[in-house]
Ligand binder design. Sequence first.
Ligand code: SAM
Length: 223
Amino acid sequence: MKDWDAESAVLAARALAEGRPTGWFEELYAAGERGETTVPWNRTAPAPQLTDWVPTLGDPDGRRAVVVGCGLGGDAEFVAAAGFTTTAFDIAPTAVATARGRYPGSPVDYRVADLLDLPDEWARAFDVVVEIINVQALPVSLRPAATAAVAALVAPGGDLLVVENVRGDGDPPSSRPPWAFTRAEITAFAGHGLEPVSPARSSGLPVRWTAVFRRKDRKPGPE
Ligand SMILES: C[S@@+](CC[C@H](N)C(=O)[O-])C[C@H]1O[C@@H](n2cnc3c(N)ncnc32)[C@H](O)[C@@H]1O
């Protein structure tokens, strides 16, 4: 059986050359489902950056969360188990079907959706937004749109967790996914009506940024 990571390089190169920058994700998950490769991004344990962050969020009652590029659902299940009303979406139908199959009876609302073309009703709709290593999987030319789309999910007063691979300021950009982020690039999530809660921290192997942002503009209430 082929290794999914090696196969991802082949499928991504072909899709990118054909002008289908998001086309290879479904192809890769489907190959994994057919047993032609190992299963991509196959983890059930939530990301450590997420398990550190969620307990800092306070009372989950009545608060909506969304997990971007949810893959096989491990992070979404953790957020839902913490008590948030959780939506999770991925562009790859096979990933969404696998997540639903892995967690029968899950309270997570798993959806097939494209970050670059989200339903209007999701704009500023989520109190908690989780973005873990998805924007870095898209070409740098799509990064401004992808970054803006992630930020647009955050409700007034809501919080966003971003985790992406680190690129040093002097390092050349990659010619293939993932396209890691410099500090300036990770901080750019703040350019969409969000403010950094604290400076981005780098840790782990692979070394990744953990950055948290908040939309300050709460809806005006009665005086
Ligand atoms: C590198 S994987 C990470 C998966 C998961 N977030 C994790 O941490 O394991 C990137 C994921 O983003 C999804 N994805 C890529 N482009 C997307 C888009 N435009 N909209 C929604 N999901 C997308 C892929 O299908 C894939 O599941």
